[in-house]
Write a new protein. Structure first.
Length: 201
């Protein structure tokens, strides 16, 4: 008579558990492989995405001081590279005018040899401003230690500048006599500027 050995938990159930464990381990392995592939592909795509464009450079849109309200200054794109001619390297002495101003008067003091300034361009300039009648200094880029940049001929500055500077050559020093109506009004009166045009672009 044959004797059948009976195991405590049964032979068939142990085999089933072993198969279940093997299946679970295989399933986990598949998930791990899929996760690795997913992250690898995602990382590769992010490396190929176009880089963000650099922020546009903007001019230091800081407003310069002007007589009473604002100087002939406006926010501008960017300051041009400036090579100051020797004739414009020294701060000018500006004296009072005589007579009555009825229109903008441009007097060349140093004739530039650069390109002619066009309306809509951005200029870089030094200037000194005095009252026309007394010669009292009201404002000066020289005292700030650096030229300023502004667009010209488009209403960004006083009418006297928009009328008097276009048509002048880069490298010029001009005296610009501006009646009150084309400057800051009766409260400031007639004005005299000496303007060094250092660059235009």
């Amino acid at each position: 008579m044959s004797t059948q050995t009976v195991r405590p938990n049964g032979g068939e159930s142990a085999k089933s558990r072993a198969q279940a464990y093997a299946g679970a381990i295989a399933g986990v392995a598949v998930l791990v492989v899929l996760a690795i592939v997913f992250f690898a592909v995602r990382h590769d795509n992010s490396d190929k995405s176009p880089a963000a464009a650099p922020a546009a450079t903007q001019p230091a849109g800081e407003q310069q001081a002007q007589p009473s309200e604002a100087a002939p200054q406006a926010t501008a794109p960017a300051q041009a590279q400036v090579n100051t001619p020797p004739a414009l390297a020294k701060e000018p002495e500006v004296k009072a005018g005589t007579g009555t101003l009825t229109k903008v008067v441009v007097t060349p003091l140093v004739q530039g040899t650069g390109p002619v300034v066009q309306k809509g361009q951005t200029i870089t300039a030094n200037y000194k401003l005095v009252t026309y009648k007394t010669g009292e200094v009201k404002d000066s880029s020289w005292s700030r230690g650096e030229p300023f940049t502004t667009q010209i001929g488009v209403g960004a500055v006083i009418k006297g500048w928009d009328e008097g500077i276009p048509g002048q050559k880069v490298g010029s020093r001009i005296q610009l006599d501006v009646p009150a109506a084309d400057a800051y009004g009766p409260s400031e009166g007639d004005l005299r500027f000496v303007v060094d045009i250092l660059a235009a672009q």
